[in-house]
Write a protein that binds this ligand. Structure first.
Ligand SMILES: *[C@@H]1O[C@H](CO)[C@@H](O)[C@H](O)[C@H]1NC(C)=O
Ligand SMILES: *[C@@H]1O[C@H](CO)[C@@H](O)[C@H](O)[C@H]1NC(C)=O
Ligand SMILES: *[C@@H]1O[C@H](CO)[C@@H](O)[C@H](O)[C@H]1NC(C)=O
Ligand SMILES: *[C@@H]1O[C@H](CO)[C@@H](O)[C@H](O)[C@H]1NC(C)=O
Ligand SMILES: *[C@@H]1O[C@H](CO)[C@@H](O)[C@H](O)[C@H]1NC(C)=O
Ligand SMILES: *[C@@H]1O[C@H](CO)[C@@H](O)[C@H](O)[C@H]1NC(C)=O
Ligand SMILES: *[C@@H]1O[C@H](CO)[C@@H](O)[C@H](O)[C@H]1NC(C)=O
Ligand SMILES: *[C@@H]1O[C@H](CO)[C@@H](O)[C@H](O)[C@H]1NC(C)=O
Ligand SMILES: *[C@@H]1O[C@H](CO)[C@@H](O)[C@H](O)[C@H]1NC(C)=O
Length: 891
């Protein structure tokens, strides 16, 4: 019936005159599936052909399709009876690469045992994505294709051609076979023996402005636009690379609706086609997406309307589809992330970013992955028209890693109903009572609803949390030295060390809860520094990159009494350094006196690439090099560009709920000694020190403390501790009598928690202080100060070991001798030869060369702001073509 559609398009809506037959993605797995391909001219989606066995009596006409465009990618994998793709795609002109296979590829031809040639004889452009032609043992005519011509965005795209039939054992364009010598005729581009590669040329290539680059220009000197595949001008173009808008090629559909990922049309045009314009995402579609329903207005016109109604139960990523684009959830939202292995926090944020109002309740249960509820970035009202147990509008139970509800300074009004928080061991109740003001129908929260006994018992809550001061003392290209402030002598007893968290942060908008995920997959990397040293070097950093960091203390206190000391999140930049080599050099010679070279930027630029330096010189192949049967180009290193190895694995933050013993708290208490980092607050200690003016670090005026308080056994004080009033050191203080009797002999080994030990100056003075006691206290203070000093020395112990290596500066006098360089610790400026090109240019024509001559070409990349900051030269041997071939190419 497609001819009917054709009629429809041509005669009724001349706006879109096209004999197009559109299909969605096609996966060919069986011979019969080729019929699907045969019904289309445009595939909006991908085509993958895999594991297809063709009957032996097949004729090539039976596979033939009229597909001219594929918007996503083309993949051909393990089709052992296929000889050429020409039999399937004789008319394919464009692969747009809008969605890529494995996030990178738009053309994959892999492991096809009998494939002899690609034969995509009409292909003009692969607009986006990488190309991989690999492990096809019989495949020829791979090196005879001008891949650079096909790539839409030049050296932003890669191509990899590996383990196919050796070019030396393949026919060359025009039909000659030469088994032994590199064949000069291979510079002629072809897809097979009879099909020359179609490469429409711009009207003019020479004498165009430098800004035209390799695109050339029209006769008037205007640069050709690469957005048109078949011509020079984006106007009146017959085939656009990305989108077409009324005969003109554009890169994006601005305020227009996208049709079939290739056209931009107006609202009216979309309606005229009998399709539905979607306001969210600006697409013109034939039916509403999953989360929207069709609504007919008075005129019978169909609109898509977000549903966002009902009770949404989010268990996995799939459930989020229904919530996308919702602003008001007309109903309730339940979040219960049962699959601990699914990395979902970022998707939650993406899907729920627009939600402003929930008319029912919000329930968050059994979601061990959540560290906060900040993924509801724009939520401001929970109406509570529907409540849990007729009472609760916000219900948060059993979230093992939840530490935080909303960002500070944000209020989420709860119009009806109350809140219920239980079994959130890391969520401090003081944070919860702060939410009280957001309740609009209820005055007070009850302890039954928010119990300090089941919230926050594995975290330290309240103002006992001391902030740590962590500063970056020094930085080089790959390392940063972070220094925290001194701990005083008391704290050192329970201090095990520090942990340092850091992550790449292009923008300064990181919060502690971003990218955090209670059960591993943390975006923060963590370094552990065990010991009392307050300096730590974070290494293996990327040069020229901004990082966010914060530090936390790590102590040995029992988990019930933990006090976290955190630093604020701060940022630093690593220094630039030398770039790595340019990734690849590729050259072609179509004229006997010139070579066009392309290169790809260094994989690790390590800074801002400001210049490239190109050199070239004639090179006579050595006998050894001759034996290697050179193809026309020698890529230096194309083996690894597609391996994106990440050097560091983000910190895996602890046990999973499905691990055995997960809920066994004793065990966890021990394991949590690492991530749960604690430190006795300065404030609490100074509270305990009445009228002790000589102390350096008293931060707040002493408070009245009744001696009786010190007598309270430790256990009774637990509740107070949970509210952050007390600290473990105080709890241990037995009485003043013990203080005076043992004060002379406190030793470093004492751990306040293990045994009843002498206090360290926290004891308040009784009113009838005798002179003897005063003396004692003075001496004790002296002792303390000495200890603090010793403590500082201990904490600075690694000061000299953490010096970061820096590159040597340039010597003041040019051409300094080696001994002078050694003596002055400086280096001479390196001389860089060659043609200097801007850091944005990735091609160059070498001209006035000799015919049929090899040239040794080197390219170096250089960054700003680094002494001698150029990469090692990357090298390639390229040969000019011969006069005969040149004249033959010219016809
Ligand atoms: C090819 O052979 C199969 C079975 O051998 C047969 O069913 C089919 O009709 C044949 N096709 C053609 C085009 O001859
Ligand atoms: C080419 O790639 C660069 C980098 O990915 C991108 O910024 C640019 O927009 C691309 N140009 C086109 C025409 O696609
Ligand atoms: C290259 O092709 C031309 C024209 O077919 C032919 O005359 C010439 O001998 C070929 N060169 C080589 C080295 O095969
Ligand atoms: C585009 O086509 C129209 C109509 O055919 C013509 O008037 C116009 O000159 C053309 N523009 C260009 C830039 O070729
Ligand atoms: C229905 O159509 C009339 C006339 O075309 C138009 O004025 C009116 O706005 C339309 N109503 C709706 C709800 O779109
Ligand atoms: C943190 O430490 C740095 C360097 O030691 C100091 O300059 C700064 O004032 C300290 N900041 C605070 C808040 O203590
Ligand atoms: C920070 O800002 C950038 C750019 O505005 C944005 O892409 C990124 O998602 C933001 N990150 C966070 C954690 O908000
Ligand atoms: C290469 O060999 C030719 C001929 O033997 C000689 O004239 C030329 O100088 C050599 N070039 C180089 C760079 O060695
Ligand atoms: C930065 O300093 C560290 C520690 O001295 C050193 O290991 C590293 O090599 C230095 N990095 C650079 C690029 O010099």
């Amino acid at each position: 019936m497609w001819w009917w559609h054709l009629f429809f398009f041509i005669f009724i809506y001349p706006v879109l005159v096209r004999s197009e037959r559109i299909c969605t993605s096609i996966d060919v797995r069986h011979f019969d599936d080729f019929r699907k391909l045969q019904s289309c001219t445009h595939v909006v989606g991908h085509v993958s052909i895999a594991f297809v066995e063709l009957p032996s009596n097949i004729t090539s006409n039976e596979l033939k399709s009229e597909v001219t465009e594929i918007t996503d990618y083309l993949m051909v994998y393990r089709c052992h009876s296929l000889l050429t793709l020409e039999s399937i795609f004789p008319q394919l002109r464009l692969i747009r690469g809008q969605n890529l296979a494995f996030d990178q590829y738009s053309l994959i031809v892999y492991e096809n045992r009998n494939l002899r040639e690609l034969g995509l004889v009409q292909l003009l452009r692969i607009q986006n994505g990488f190309i991989r032609i690999e492990s096809n043992p019989m495949l020829c005519f791979v090196q005879t294709i001008d891949w650079m011509y096909l790539l839409g965005n030049g050296t932003q795209q890669h191509f990899s051609l590996k383990y196919n039939k050796s070019p030396g054992h393949c026919p060359v364009c025009g039909g000659l076979i030469d088994d032994f010598e590199f064949n000069t005729n291979s510079t002629l581009f072809c897809w097979n023996l009879h099909a020359i590669q179609v490469r429409p040329k711009p009207p003019r290539l020479a004498d165009c402005g430098p800004e035209c680059g390799l695109n050339g220009c029209d006769l008037a000197g205007n640069c050709c636009q690469s957005s048109c595949v078949t011509g020079c001008s984006a106007q009146n173009c017959t085939l656009c690379a990305t989108f077409e808008r009324g005969g003109t090629c554009v890169d994006r559909c601005l305020a227009k609706y996208e049709l079939n990922q290739r056209q931009c049309i107006t609202y009216r045009e979309c309606r005229q086609l009998g399709l539905i314009p979607l306001t969210s995402g600006y697409r013109c579609v034939d039916k509403c997406p999953d989360n929207q329903i069709e609504v007919r207005d008075a005129n019978g016109t169909i609109h898509c309307q977000l549903r966002c109604q009902g009770v949404f139960h989010v268990r996995t990523r799939k459930d989020l589809n229904l919530l996308e684009d919702c602003v008001n959830i007309n109903g309730s939202l339940i979040i219960e992330l049962v699959d601990i292995k699914e990395k979902i926090v970022n998707d939650l944020e993406k899907a729920l970013i627009n939600v402003k109002e929930i008319t029912g309740y919000l329930k968050v249960v059994h979601s061990a992955q959540l560290v906060s509820l900040t993924f509801l970035k724009n939520l401001d009202t929970i109406c509570g028209n529907e409540l849990i147990e007729n009472k609760y509008a916000l219900y948060v139970v059993d979230n093992h890693h939840l530490e935080h509800i909303w960002p500070t300074n944000r209020q989420v009004a709860i119009l009806h109903g109350s809140m219920f928080f239980h079994l959130n061991p890391r969520l401090c109740t003081d944070k919860l009572f702060q939410l009280e003001s957001s309740l609009k129908s209820i005055q007070k929260l009850s302890i039954a609803d928010i119990s300090p006994n089941s919230n926050g018992e594995r975290a330290i809550c309240g103002d006992a949390v001391q902030t740590l001061n962590a500063t970056v003392e020094d930085v080089n290209a790959t390392a940063a030295c972070i220094t925290v402030n001194y701990m005083n002598w008391d704290s050192m007893d329970i201090l095990i060390g520090y942990s340092y968290y850091y992550m790449e942060a292009p923008e300064r908008n990181i919060t502690m809860y971003d990218g955090r995920h209670g059960c591993g997959h943390d975006d923060w990397l963590m370094d552990l520094s065990v010991g009392l040293n307050r300096r730590h070097v974070i290494s293996n950093l990327k040069p020229y990159t901004q990082y966010a960091y914060f530090a936390k203390t790590l102590t040995r206190t029992d988990y019930h009494y933990q006090v976290d000391a955190y630093s604020k999140i701060q940022y630093f930049y690593t220094l630039p350094s030398k770039p790595s080599q340019v990734t690849r050099i590729y050259g072609t010679s179509e004229k006997s006196n010139q070579i066009l070279i392309h290169w790809w930027p260094p994989r690790f630029p390590n800074g801002h690439i400001s210049k490239y330096y190109v050199t070239y010189e004639p090179h006579n192949l050595t006998t050894e090099e001759l034996g290697k049967s050179h193809p026309n180009y020698r890529p230096i290193d194309d083996s690894d560009f597609d391996c994106e190895c990440s050097i560091l694995i983000p910190y895996n933050s602890g046990p999973h709920p499905d691990d055995e013993d997960y809920y066994n708290k004793d065990k966890i208490a021990y394991e949590d000694a690492l991530p749960n980092l604690i430190y006795v607050s300065e404030k609490s200690k100074s509270d305990a020190n009445t009228n002790n003016a000589t102390k350096e670090k008293v931060q707040s005026p002493p408070k009245d403390q009744k001696p009786s308080k010190e007598q309270i056994p430790a256990k009774v004080q637990t509740a107070q501790n949970a509210q952050g009033v007390q600290s473990p050191a105080i709890v241990q203080t037995p009485s003043i009598v013990q203080t005076t009797s043992k004060e002379q002999t406190p030793s470093k080994e004492q751990t306040p928690l293990k045994e009843s030990t002498p206090p360290k100056g926290q004891t308040p003075l009784p009113t009838n202080t005798s002179k003897a006691i005063l003396n004692t206290l003075e001496r004790f203070e002296l002792y303390r100060r000495q200890k603090d000093e010793m403590g500082r020395a201990i904490q600075d112990k690694n000061k000299n070991d953490v010096v970061l290596l820096k590159p040597l500066p340039l010597c003041k006098e040019p051409h300094a001798s080696v001994s002078h360089q050694l003596e002055e610790k400086c280096v001479n400026e390196e001389e860089i030869n060659g043609i200097a090109l801007s850091g944005t240019q990735h091609y160059y024509y070498l001209t006035q060369l000799k015919e049929e001559q090899y040239y040794r070409i080197t390219i170096r990349a250089c960054v700003d702001g680094v002494v001698n900051g150029c990469s090692k030269p990357a090298e390639a041997l390229l040969k000019t073509t011969s006069m005969t071939v040149e004249s033959w190419i010219r016809g």
